[in-house]
Design a protein around this ligand. Structure first.
Ligand SMILES: Nc1ncnc2c1ncn2[C@@H]1O[C@H](COP(=O)(O)OP(=O)(O)OP(=O)(O)O)[C@@H](O)[C@H]1O
Ligand SMILES: [Mg+2]
Length: 231
């Protein structure tokens, strides 16, 4: 079996709560193989978003080790992590994190420019058309619906063709047609560019298209099922 592209070894995450430190994730061990699509499911508060943040180096593990593409994220400083994300990872947050002073087009083009693409704006426009937002490119985030902002966040994360795409409820705010378009975009990244996907989702249709689904409960892995073992 190929070396994992993403690996968590006995990872814990402790955050500061009002009544002192709270351990949110308790000893998570999980490998993701290159090109795999992993679904993360579990009840609200079970730690799905926290786990995704650890995988993206956006939260630091309190103990244990997180490795991506053979690099130990737990040993990197903030600058190294930022550069690593820019070059290898796309992240779609549950709350989108669009830059409010930038239009949709600028939001998508900026990471491409930072990564040195000369045709950043053309590529950004193309990516926005792919998610059905060709007519919204000059809108600011507060001029867009939740579902539209979500699609901009996805276009932004997908545009640099990351090796690893981490997405928190990528179809959470979308109706059937737009949700299907986003799924096609996600799985197109995998099929055309070999991207590895980690998707937090409550949506049964999205989970059903994952290679493997891991269930979290109370900050632990509570179960795992292969969905497409026959392929
Ligand atoms: N900054 C923080 N400080 C303290 N506790 C936190 C912090 N962020 C999250 N938590 C707690 O950690 C637990 C896991 O949160 P997380 O956001 O990972 O859950 P989730 O599975 O993504 O839930 P949802 O489906 O509602 O998005 C929750 O109990 C939450 O209250
Ligand atoms: Mg969450």
């Amino acid at each position: 079996m190929a070396d994992p592209i993403l690996s968590l070894a006995d990872v814990t995450l402790t955050l500061a709560g009002n009544a002192g430190p709270v351990e949110i994730l308790h000893g998570i061990t999980l490998d993701v193989t290159p090109g795999e699509t992993l679904g993360l499911i579990g009840p609200s508060g079970s730690g799905k978003s926290s786990l995704l943040m650890l995988m993206g180096g956006l939260e630091r593990a309190s103990s244990g080790r997180v490795t991506a593409l053979g690099h130990d994220l737990t040993a990197m400083n903030e600058d190294q992590l930022a550069r690593f994300r820019r070059d290898h990872m796309g992240v779609v947050f549950q709350s989108f994190h669009l830059i409010p002073t930038m239009t949709a087009l600028e939001n998508v083009a900026t990471p491409l420019e930072l990564a040195g693409h000369r045709d950043a704006f053309d590529r950004a426009a193309e990516e926005l058309r792919t998610v059905g937002l060709g007519a919204r490119m000059d809108h600011y985030p507060n001029q867009m619906s939740g579902g539209e902002q979500q699609r901009v966040a996805l276009a932004r994360a997908a545009a640099p063709r990351p090796h690893i795409l981490l997405a928190d409820e990528p179809t959470g705010n979308l109706d059937g047609a737009n949700g299907a378009a986003i799924m096609d975009l996600l799985f197109g990244l995998r099929d055309r560019h070999g991207a590895t996907l980690v998707l937090v989702t409550h949506a049964a249709d999205l989970a059903a298209r994952c290679d493997r689904v891991v269930r979290l409960a109370d900050g632990r892995i509570a179960g795992e099922e292969a969905r497409r073992a026959a392929e």
